[in-house]
Design a protein around this ligand. Sequence first.
Ligand SMILES: [Zn+2]
Length: 271
Amino acid sequence: MPELPEVEVTRLSFADRIAGARIDAVSLGKPLRWPLGCAPQQLLGQRVLAVRRRGKYLLLDLSEGLLLMHLGMSGSLSFGTDFPAAGKHDHFDMVTSQGTLRLHDPRRFGAVVYAASQSDAVAQKLLGRLGVEPLSEAFDAALFHQALTGRKTPIKQLLLAGEVVVGVGNIYASEVLFLAGIRPVTPALRISKPRAALLHHAIQQVLTQAVAKGGSTLRDFSNAQGEAGHFQLEAMVYDRAGLPCRVCAAPIKSLRQGQRSTFYCAVCQKP
Ligand SMILES: [Zn+2]
């Protein structure tokens, strides 16, 4: 599933190229997770002013309103010219004066949603409950520790929920907890201030590194220029069950938490 780094990598791969483009045509394939929320014709003639990101949403600022795009479980965007006709897994094509933006999404958990503004009800329903951005200055170590206090939820589950900090999905949650030396099942309230500071630092470090590596390509993620990511090749624990820990050589363990796979080293990570 595309996580924050993959969404940011996608954004970086087409934001500059689409900025200023005029929307000339929009065609929809099969229904996505949520409906577009406007007639496609309403978008014609509008300009794409900028592409921002909030959590795992891409926000395309238009002359009037914005498009919120989500890659769901299996989505990827491409932006270019001379595309072949839309295939059976291409469910959103937006032809602009500078190229076509196409959403390819075999499982169709992704979405493209129009909102009149970022503060209106449609946008707030999707963005309103998101936690702080981990790569922004608003992500503060002391506030992060405060947000963990009083919560019995296992730390990995709390990170995945995205209400404290957004963007730490399944791959990166295992990785940041390894880096911080914290077991994934540790209740959040058991994490001391110094350990929370280590975790805060690990979140920023891992996500920054993942963006720099072009994200992780597990099945078929690629950025909007069709390039795969390489972070997964350097994962310390993710998808390495039974393999020796890269630090202590003990076999990496795995367990299920909330129906998601978790990977950790029982030696390097303390409860
Ligand atoms: Zn280890």
